[in-house]
Design a protein around this ligand. Structure first.
Ligand code: PNS
Length: 161
């Protein structure tokens, strides 16, 4: 059984994330979406909210589960018996940081491989940060996140006013 982890902050989960998760689920027997607690990044959404949005988004895919972690990614992968870390790669600007993380994770656990999937062209420039910025100014995030996540975003920014 080939198990992969798909890690991130998912603050919030975008259609770009879901594209990678769905494609990974097609290749691997099981995919565990790992939501990093990431307190240092001061996420807009609480861990519970991020878990809820991801759980909702993956409900139609049988071989995908979600869990959170507050440890090294390699420990999270080991806990789930995963042998692969799947990451989406967008524009060239992602490369250096992802390259560094892949090498460090390999150093921490040499049995764990990082596999990069090219983001689909329509999601090449999509990020959670951009989505939050657009939503904070009341712009439309249609086609970037699910309708439910869009509703969570407008709710969050309405409350912040
Ligand atoms: O969506 P993000 O915020 O870019 O995801 C980054 C994430 C959570 C995958 C990365 O920060 C991570 O793996 N954090 C866990 C801590 C860890 O293992 N650090 C060492 C890797 S270099």
């Amino acid at each position: 059984m080939r198990i992969a982890v798909s890690p991130g902050s998912f603050d919030p989960v975008t259609l770009g994330h879901l594209d990678i998760i769905e494609r990974a689920a097609y290749i691997y027997d099981k995919v565990i979406v790992g939501i990093a607690k990431s307190p240092v990044k001061e996420p807009l959404f609480s861990l519970e909210e991020r878990l809820g949005m991801v759980t909702d988004s993956i409900s139609g895919i049988d071989n995908v589960d979600v869990d959170f972690f507050d440890t090294l990614l390699v420990e999270f992968a080991r806990k789930h018996g995963a042998t692969v870390i799947v990451k989406g790669l967008r524009a060239i600007s992602d490369f250096e940081h992802e390259f560094q993380m892949a090498h460090l994770n390999k150093k921490l656990d040499s049995r764990l491989e990082t596999v990069f999937m090219m983001a689909s062209p329509e999601f090449m420039f999509l990020s959670s940060s951009a989505v939050k910025e657009i939503a904070s100014f009341g712009g439309s995030v249609k086609g970037l996140v699910s309708d439910k996540v869009a509703a969570h975003l407008s709710d969050k920014f309405r409350k912040a006013l």
